[in-house]
Design a protein around this ligand. Structure first.
Ligand code: 13P
Length: 255
């Protein structure tokens, strides 16, 4: 399974920051890491970013509407993202579930739109601090996968991003053992529901991934990539993560 290292820029990035994308794309073209590299900038930058990236790295959106077109002021369809040069879309991020009231049903409808359009759907799930404290992490992940990932999704169309809410932007991460437990559980649910496709779906970890912990996290069984917020905004930080992963995989000295 090919590792996916993805950056979520959230609501960060003006035209001037396209230089970071150019720099990441150039580094990836030069080093050819054994991973798929994706940056999801704000929608305003997707077309220019895709042009600049020139297929050296993939460009994605951070959300889409479930409909193709219509009277939905302010929304963007999966078709529009695709038309702008995106090949993936993040769906059901906790910041959208919490800040925009997105339910599992809404996320599943958006995932169907991504599928219809040929965009990789990166479907986010994750528990809050209090759910974790109450021992509900595994059940929350099961419920969110059941509700947010439509039937018949394939591995080529889908990645799951497990992002514990308490780890996002906090500098805190679960222990390697905790990540292994949750990702193993997610794998079990995916195989239960999707059989061999579920076995091949990538499960990303997200939440305070940075150069200092990326190798340890990416080496955990059933961690097939990372969804990175803050450390994806600067090419120096993001490139370091890619380099460390590539060197660690090759068993060589870390840069
Ligand atoms: P940070 O890497 O900044 O913790 O953000 C994680 C995230 O929300 C990615 O989608």
């Amino acid at each position: 399974m090919r590792t996916l290292i993805a950056g979520n820029w959230k609501m960060h990035g003006l035209i001037a920051q396209l230089a970071e994308i150019e720099s990441i794309a150039a580094a990836v073209a030069a080093s050819r890491p054994p991973a798929d590299i994706l940056i999801c900038p704000p929608a305003t930058l997707i077309a220019r970013a895709a042009q600049l990236a020139d297929r050296r790295i993939a460009i994605g959106g951070q959300d889409c509407h479930s409909e193709t077109a219509g009277a939905f002021t302010g929304d963007l369809s999966a078709e529009m993202l695709r038309d702008s040069g995106a090949s993936a879309v993040i769906l059901g991020h906790s910041e959208r579930r919490q800040g925009h009231g997105e339910t599992d049903v809404i996320v599943a409808a958006k995932a169907n739109a991504a599928r219809r359009t040929g965009l990789l759907a990166i479907i986010c799930i994750g528990e809050t601090q209090s759910q974790r404290g109450d021992g509900q992490t595994l059940q929350v992940c099961r419920d969110q996968i059941t509700g947010s990932v439509p039937e018949r999704m394939t591995a080529a169309e889908t990645a799951i991003a497990h992002e514990p809410l308490w780890a996002i932007g906090t500098g805190h991460t679960p222990t390697a053992g905790e990540i292994a437990d949750v990702h193993g559980h997610i794998r079990g649910i995916l195989v239960e529901r999707f059989g061999s496709e579920g076995k091949a779906m990538r499960i990303l970890y997200g939440g305070s991934v940075k150069a200092s912990n990326a190798l340890q996290i990416l080496a955990i069984p059933d961690v097939n990539g990372a969804l990175i917020g803050g450390a994806s905004l600067k090419s120096a930080d993001f490139d370091a993560i890619i380099r460390i992963f590539a060197a660690g995989l090759a068993g060589g000295p870390l840069p």
